[in-house]
Design a protein around this ligand. Structure first.
Ligand code: UDP
Length: 246
């Protein structure tokens, strides 16, 4: 772990990576990067690098896991052993099991699973490089991979954290801010603003939480625009093309 910087917010109000309090890290999304998956996404967010593959709706193994009235949604978050500063121990951990569970729950309100009884929709997340905010980054990538797989959804899910650093509420913590800050508060929401994930590490006052939520709403709106642009680019048929085909 790097040493604690003297200050995480400089005298001119900027964070150590040059961002203002209300700025997210730069995000880059590629869609359909895995040929064997039904849908996939590669996402970079700051120094985070994340790959998601979606499979399904497909037959459920083991069969006793089937549900007669709906598809089962399975979400597996995994950190590559080389993704962190200290080698991450391979295999499931308490943390990865928890993240998988809350992330699955973040998608349950939007995935129209009832259309595919007795099947499974599998979302596999591989964290290739971690720099804080991997669960939120993975949710943003999973939204795109699900859409790429053609899974019917009521809308996209977007996710972003806010936190408290040197006594200030800031959006989208990087690794130093996560390590040495006072609080971290990841949130996921639907396009309609319904909250589908909410966690908190640290202590915050109700006023700080209200302020943080304003930042998260702004961050999620920006992320949604990036997600929509990627999907439009892949799936929208240019008007000229439709006309010339007619
Ligand atoms: N981290 C790590 N080793 C671990 C777990 C986490 O180095 O076993 C780092 C990693 O950079 C991660 C960050 O700590 O992104 C913050 O982890 P947290 O559990 O808060 O989840 P995240 O913010 O990634 O969703």
């Amino acid at each position: 772990m790097s040493d604690k910087p003297e200050k995480l917010i400089t005298d001119d109000g900027l964070r150590l990576d040059g961002r203002h309090a209300d700025e997210i890290r730069p995000m880059k999304i590629e869609i359909g990067v895995l040929s064997r998956a039904d849908g996939s996404c590669y996402l970079e967010w700051g120094r985070n690098k994340i790959l998601v593959g979606v499979f399904g709706p497909r037959e459920v193994h083991p069969r006793r896991s089937q549900r007669a009235d709906t598809a089962v949604i399975r979400y597996k978050y995994n950190m590559a052993s080389f993704s962190t500063e200290d080698r991450a121990r391979p295999g499931p951990s308490r943390r990865s099991i928890e993240i998988s569970k809350v992330s699955r729950e973040a998608f349950e309100p939007v995935i129209m699973a009832e259309l595919f009884p007795k099947t499974a929709i599998d979302i596999f997340v591989e964290i290739l490089q971690a720099d804080a905010g991997t669960r939120t980054a993975a949710i943003n990538a999973s939204s795109i991979a699900l859409a790429d797989a053609g899974i019917p959804m009521k809308g996209l899910v977007t996710s972003c954290a806010f936190g408290k650093v040197d006594g200030q509420i800031v959006l989208d913590l990087n690794k130093d801010e996560d390590n040495y800050g006072e609080a971290d508060f990841p949130v996921a929401m639907t396009q309609d603003g319904e909250i589908t994930l909410l966690q908190m590490d640290g202590n915050l006052t109700p006023d700080e939480i209200r302020k943080g939520f304003e930042l998260v709403k702004k961050g999620c709106k920006e992320i949604l625009e990036i997600q929509q642009a990627v999907l439009r680019k892949k799936f929208e048929t240019p008007v000229e093309e439709t006309e010339s085909e007619a």
